[in-house]
Design a binder for this molecule. Structure first.
Ligand SMILES: [Zn+2]
Length: 215
């Protein structure tokens, strides 16, 4: 089985070990072969495309990195990066912060990711509750949990994660990998609850193409 080192687009592990588990020669041009690899860290897969000079022996029978043996040349691989998009119905500006946060996470920039997800959360809560815009983010979410804009569980969770930029204990510390990932999970759920679910309900009440009789 061929082995390569590759920055995993799924789990973000730098130079993770990948082992081949399948291959297919192109039926258009037999010099090209697609090889499937799985990541030893997370088990997810990537595909490599090789230009194989001598028409060749199976990659899956080969030991080591095919490109390093000189037998094959990498012509492409994918996915190159995986961008997470915000849950459906999230307002565009919030969705853009979410997207940027996921890109930062992808490049293992934990602090940039953490701050961008926090920004997404901050903007989304202000969007939902402009009357609470002057409150600290965590207090705003508290208030939203109290009046039922979000569930009490989400409100409680908000206290367990780093979302407050005014937190003196944390202000000078960059986000860790775990903190950035936890924050993304929270923001994802928060947006799903506050935008996706109401959006889907609204869609259900008014099927596409239906005439709005209230207007
Ligand atoms: Zn991985």
């Amino acid at each position: 089985m061929a082995q390569i080192r590759h920055d995993c687009p799924h789990c973000g592990t730098r130079k993770s070990a990948f082992t081949s588990f399948g291959e297919r020669r192109s039926h258009i041009n037999s010099s090209y072969t697609i090889v499937a690899y799985y990541c030893h860290s997370c088990g997810s897969g990537v595909l490599y495309e090789y230009f194989y000079k001598s028409g060749g022996a199976g990659f899956t029978k080969m030991e080591g990195n095919p490109a390093q043996t000189g037998a094959a040349q990498v012509t492409n691989y994918y996915p190159q990066t995986i961008e997470r998009t915000a849950p459906k119905h999230t307002p565009e500006n919030v969705a853009e912060f979410f997207r940027q946060g996921s890109v930062a996470l992808q490049s293992r920039s934990w602090d940039a990711a953490g701050m961008t997800f926090r920004k997404a959360l901050d903007v989304s809560t202000k969007e939902l509750r402009s009357d609470l815009a002057k409150e600290r983010l965590v207090d705003r979410i508290d208030q939203m949990a109290k009046d039922g804009t979000v569930t009490p569980e989400l409100g409680k969770w908000a206290h367990e994660i780093r979302i407050s930029g005014n937190d003196a204990a944390h202000e000078d510390q960059p986000f860790s990998e775990e903190e950035a990932n936890t924050l993304m999970g929270f923001v994802d759920l928060f947006l799903t609850y506050t935008f996706t679910l109401p959006g889907r309900l609204a869609e259900r009440r008014q099927p596409p193409g239906a005439v709005d009789e209230t207007s």
